[in-house]
Design a protein around this ligand. Sequence first.
Ligand SMILES: Cc1cc2nc3c(=O)[nH]c(=O)nc-3n(C[C@H](O)[C@H](O)[C@H](O)COP(=O)(O)OP(=O)(O)OC[C@H]3O[C@@H](n4cnc5c(N)ncnc54)[C@H](O)[C@@H]3O)c2cc1C
Length: 402
Amino acid sequence: MTTAGRAPVLVIGGGIGGLTLALLLLERGVPVKVFERTADPREVGAGLLVAANALKVYRRVGVEDALLGAGAPLREGTLKVPSGKVLSSVDVADLATRVGAQSLGMHRGTYHGILLRAVPADCLVLGEELVRYEKSNGQVVAHFASGRVERGSMLVGADGVHSVVRKQLDGGQWTPPRDAGESCWRGLAPADCIPADHPAQWAFTETWGDSVRVGLIPLGNGLLSWHVYFRPWTEPFPDEAGGPRSPERQELLRARFLEILGRWHDPIPAIVAAGDFDALLRTENRDRPPTDRWSDGRVVLLGDSLHPITPNIGQGAALAVEGAAVLARAVAEESDPRAAIARYRKERQRRVAFISWLSHGVGPWASSGSRVMRALRNLGTRGTPQWLAVACSEQIYGYDAL
Ligand SMILES: Cc1cc2nc3c(=O)[nH]c(=O)nc-3n(C[C@H](O)[C@H](O)[C@H](O)COP(=O)(O)OP(=O)(O)OC[C@H]3O[C@@H](n4cnc5c(N)ncnc54)[C@H](O)[C@@H]3O)c2cc1C
């Protein structure tokens, strides 16, 4: 396919999905421009799992090594209960051999920073916020808050969970994202708050309690990440905890978290005690059920704008990366953008629906407030044969989007 004289693909949103798509399109010779509303993207966020199904995509654009060098390769994934008893464990190092890529723990800001630096400066426009698009003579016209107007062969809304593109595309059928019934606190701690040979330095652990669950992810670069999910009716913070950042607020939060988690298994209390409570982030977990509206002519959605999922299985960004790989391939191989969009949707629909469903279902199961449900959960998880756990992991991590 010739790309000479072709109007660029306009990508709205320079997050993980948008930047990954830009890299993949450029690698295939397709002109692209990314518009990001933030003028000065900083390395913000907390810990993230860069799963094997996402990491292997970056091999194609020469970014895999930078990511490997900046994160912590995971060797094990373990589910526990607060006493420390193991419910299930997967050998992630062995899984990496089976699926052909590692899974990494990484600071989200580091990940985003690597992608930002990999995209050529002349393809990335910062500080431009899309307000609407219009379709005109076989092209798409993007209108920005600054008054800027850009024309492209197609427009990709990679503008996240509160997508402006989706709102316009859905029109009168637009609804806000769904409340998944959980809040999430995400924090960081120095890795040296626990011994260098502690398994938490190389294992992902999630511990399922009564209406609360705690995750630990090593991030490399001397950092560990911890997250706590609460079913909302149990979230036990006084009002001051949501107030402005201050040393008093930090100590209030630390004391409250230690009250709740202080008797959970090692090393949770040590990590919480050493946590940086100023950097603590709180979000509501939200998602959307799968939709039939993926596109509007030459306008298409990618990543969280299309399928925000709960963070329960660490696959939200990975789905955006997979989608970017499939869309880039389709755009490069089809001369008509609408044919490319149709191919992208056909290839992705079942996978997206499956992962969204799985991720949504894990929340109430993993943080149940019912004693009976927890007993069933623990019994069911412990009783799952190892071959089945490995097969499920391969289903998620083994997907090849390229
Ligand atoms: C608590 C939590 C934990 C998570 N953990 C994991 C994990 O371990 N692994 C994983 O794979 N995923 C995880 N995720 C999900 C992951 O963060 C998202 O799925 C991923 O960031 C989606 O990427 P995206 O590019 O679609 O959207 P985003 O990363 O949200 O990027 C959207 C971008 O668009 C920009 N933008 C928005 N509107 C406009 C506009 N009008 N004009 C221009 N620019 C605009 C925004 O500034 C932003 O930069 C987690 C999410 C949460 C909430």
